[in-house]
Each structure stands twice: as C-alpha cells, then as structure tokens.
Design a protein around this ligand. Structure first.
Ligand code: F6P
Length: 322
C-alpha cells in the first residue's frame, strides 16, 4: 500500500485531531503517503482532499474538534453517492482508508466495502461510547469530565438556593455519559434510555427526601430517555410533586468540545497507529478498539450493533449513595 486516506465523520469528539496526527505519522513512518479528506463522506464525494505531511499535524494533539472537519452525509447513503466517492478515491490513488467516527460512519464503510474494493479500517470516535469492540470510545473520557465539571457548578447553585435541577446530558441511545456523571456528581437519580423511567417513583423519592430535610438535588437525564428530555421530565415530575423550586439545564454541545483529556490523547495515539498497521497488514472491514489493555480489531457489523450494553447495576450505586 502506497497511499492511504483519513477522514472524520459524524459528531466530532475530543481526540480526533490526536488520532489524525497518529495516523499521519504512522503512515509516513512506514513510507506511505497520507491524504486528508475534508467533511467526512461529503468531502469524499466532492473530492475535497489534501495531502498531509508530518508538519501538517504538528501542534494539534491537544486540540478539540477536527482539522479535517466533520459532517453527516445523506448522499453517501445512496448507491450513486458511494460510486462517486469510489471514483474520487481511485483517481487520487488511495488504496485504503481510516475512518474516525461512530455508528453511522461504520455503517457507511461496511456498505461501501460490500460494493467496492477499497478497504476501510475504523477508529471509534464518539462521545457516546455506544460501540461494541472497545471499552471506551475516543472523546468519551473528555466529555464526561466536561459534563462533570459543569454539573459541579450547577450543584453550587442548587445548594445555595435549595433547588432541584434536572440536567440533560448527551446520549441519544445510551446512558453512558449520564451514569458516569451522575455517579461522579452524587446525583439523586440518573435517567437513561436503557431502563424504564418511573416518574411517579421519582416524585415519591423526592417527596421523601424533602421530608428528610434534603434541601437540593440533581437529576441527570440522558437526552434519549424514554420519558423525553429534561424539560419534559421536569414538567412531568412537577405535576406530581412541586416541593422544590426547579430549574433545568441542557448541557448540549459543550460536551463535544474542548481539549482532549490525557486518556483520550493516549487512546487516540494507540488506535490511530493500530488502524494504519491493520491496513498495511491487508486487513479491512474492522474497527480497532481497546479491550482491557489490548488493542483489538472487531468487524464493523459487530461494532455497530449497540452491543456495548450499559451495566445497569451502576444505577444501584446512584440509588444507594444518593
Ligand atoms: O453522537 C454524538 C452526539 O453528540 C449525540 O450524543 C447527540 O445526540 C448528537 O451527536 C448530536 O448531533 P448534532 O451535533 O448533529 O446535533
């Protein structure tokens, strides 16, 4: 293999730049040229490419976002869009591709590889931590620390004003961010998509807390909870019990930005290096992930099946310690 490409796709996550750096430098180390594709699959279809030299990835290991920009692509979901992308890659002499992204990115890569002969290797880059084949995805550690710090600040106000706060964190399909930050901030309850939320039970617990002189509380809500987002849930709870002055905060995209944590930079470097080496071994159709301490490949089809199940036993910790 003489030339490979790298792109970032889907929601950006802290550590993507560190990974682009690792991929570029590993390829160059092995005498392989590197092309950066801008804006994910959109840029692949448009031929929006740039050659990456070692100095192009200097001073980015510590930066959030992605120098290659990111996008979600409706065009790549069509056969015609994928055919155009294939021709662009062929014309540029690209023989293998590293895709940094999440579920949607690897679903696209899997379909592409069923149709065309250019191998893709994936790196799990998403704050959601919702991929199987890795204990942790790139950006998750930074995101939970960002959210934790934000909730710590909200707790100060909750305590000062004797208030109940509903704080919404990201997580469309999974509650990893909610559970980690809920435990870390001593939340009263954590509401996640994986379990049925019981509004009446929550209202009852809050009433009991107030009787027991608990003056403030934090409820962490994953955005994909079955009872709705934090605003809706706050309304539903208040309809049953309004003993506290209540406020709602949606943390939103603040969780996706910022400089990656040390753990994310190390993970990005390990996974980026491994992804290139997988391609050079002639492998494709896999995502590299970290399981226990090892870097291991997992097929795209396994990685995207949402098999990284939340240990709902963690919710017991919240309940016992709150
Ligand atoms: O997949 C990452 C993620 O941050 C989800 O947690 C969230 O639901 C979604 O992306 C938000 O996407 P967008 O930036 O397109 O609004």
């Amino acid at each position: 293999m003489k030339k490979i490409a790298v792109f970032t796709s889907g929601g950006d996550s802290p550590g993507m730049n560190a990974c682009i750096r690792a991929i570029t430098r590993t390829a160059i180390y092995h005498g392989v040229e590197v092309v950066g594709i801008y804006r994910g699959y959109e840029g692949m279809i448009d031929g929006d490419f740039t050659n990456l030299a070692s100095h192009d990835v200097s001073n980015i290991i510590q930066k959030g976002g992605t120098i290659l920009k990111s996008a979600r692509s409706a065009r790549f979901m069509t056969k015609e869009g994928r055919a155009i992308a294939y021709n662009q890659l062929k014309q540029a002499g690209i023989e293998g591709v590293v895709a940094i992204g999440g579920n949607g990115t690897f679903t696209g890569a899997k379909v592409f590889m069923e149709e065309f002969d250019i191998p893709f290797v994936g790196v799990p880059g998403t704050i959601d931590n919702d991929l199987a084949g890795t204990d942790i995805t790139l950006g998750y550690d930074t995101a939970i620390n960002t959210a934790m710090e934000a909730i710590d600040k909200i707790k100060d106000t909750a305590h000062a004003h004797n208030r109940l706060f509903f704080v919404e964190v990201m997580g469309r399909d999974v509650g990893f961010i909610a559970v980690a930050t809920g435990i870390a901030t001593g939340a009263e309850a954590v509401l996640i998509p994986e379990t049925k939320t019981d509004i009446a039970a929550l209202a009852k617990a809050l009433r009991k807390n107030l009787r027991n002189k608990k003056t403030s509380s934090i409820i962490v809500v994953a955005e994909g909870d079955d009872e709705g987002g934090a605003l809706l849930i706050a309304k539903k709870v208040q309809a049953l019990f309004d003993g506290y002055e209540t406020r709602t905060t949606i943390l939103g995209h603040v969780q996706r930005g910022g400089n990656p944590s040390c753990a994310d930079r190390v993970l990005a470097s390990r996974l980026g290096l491994a992804a290139v080496e997988e391609l050079l071994k002639g492998k494709g159709g896999v995502m590299v992930g970290q399981i226990h301490r090892d870097i291991v490949p997992t097929s795209f089809s396994t990685a995207i099946k949402h098999e990284n199940k939340m240990d709902t036993g963690l919710l017991n910790i919240v309940e016992i310690l709150s």
